[in-house]
Write a protein that binds this ligand. Structure first.
Ligand code: PXP
Length: 253
């Protein structure tokens, strides 16, 4: 039987910067949030430097690298500008996402099949620099195979549809993620999941034994308004750990 390791939690701090930028000043400081999240049990910090700098700014990335001990997962579009920034700051990981200026958030997965030629030099340059590259894709076998063809070691499955749906429709989406996570393991890809995860919907995803990391942002930052970021991260951490422990207990029973 496969020995499953602990499920990592990456906390996305983008929306602390969204609130800061609403007034254009210096607070709330996303770097302070990153330190607090790490102290509360986050295994890594995720930050998306968008082309339009609508939340995270260049200087936030510099400060996270200098001031935060936890590994940085740098979310980026596959552009020359972002590759240069990644190579300058050398984050632990880079997650390549599709980016449209008008979207409110990352609306769908990357098309790693059609984008092969464009993505290949990006994946290669980041990988050569020792950055662990992941591709944010839909839970789809063709996209997983395309990630292998690109030489990306990690994929992050887009959980947006799972998070948006309910009941039987949500179960269908969960089954798609479960199946894709199993296929990713057979292909030798490390599998992460992210987007739209909350206290209420995280457990079934955390229970998937081949998923190694969840990246969660918007809900945690929103929850922090009511309970504080420390408490929100700790609660998410414990929901994830409990779901993982229950599923492993069920498997070995
Ligand atoms: N993973 C990726 C690749 C993302 O683009 C996002 C959203 O920025 C997240 C995870 C986190 O999603 P959410 O903010 O909905 O938790």
């Amino acid at each position: 039987m496969t020995a499953y390791s602990k499920l990592r939690l990456g906390v996305n701090i983008d929306h602390v910067a969204t609130i800061r930028n609403a007034r254009g000043g210096e607070y709330p400081d996303p770097v302070r949030a990153a330190k607090l999240a790490a102290a509360a049990g986050a295994d890594g910090i995720t930050a998306h430097l968008r082309e339009d700098r609508r939340h995270i700014r260049d200087d936030d990335i510099r400060r996270i690298r200098e001031e935060v001990d936890a590994p940085l997962n740098f979310e980026m579009a596959a552009t020359d500008e972002m590759v240069d920034i990644a190579l300058r700051h050398l984050p632990h990981a880079a997650c390549i996402v599709p980016e449209k200026r008008a979207e409110r958030t990352t609306e769908g997965g990357l098309d790693a099949v059609r984008g092969h030629n464009h993505l290949q030099p990006v994946v290669r340059q980041l990988g050569d620099a020792g950055i662990r590259v992941s591709l944010f894709i839909e839970a789809d076998s063709k996209q997983l195979e395309a990630a292998v063809a690109l030489g990306a070691p990690v994929v992050e499955l887009h959980a947006g549809a799972y998070a948006d749906l309910e009941g039987a429709e949500q179960a269908v989406e969960l089954a798609r993620i479960v199946e894709a996570a199993a296929y990713a393991e057979r292909l030798g890809l490390e599998c992460h999941v992210g987007h739209g995860l909350t206290f209420d919907n995280v457990a079934p995803v955390a229970a998937i034994g081949t998923v190694r990391e969840l990246n969660i942002g918007h809900f945690l930052i929103g929850e922090a308004v009511f309970s504080g970021l420390d408490s929100a991260v700790r609660r998410m951490r414990s929901l994830m750990d409990n779901a993982r422990a229950d599923s492993q207990g069920a498997r070995s029973a």
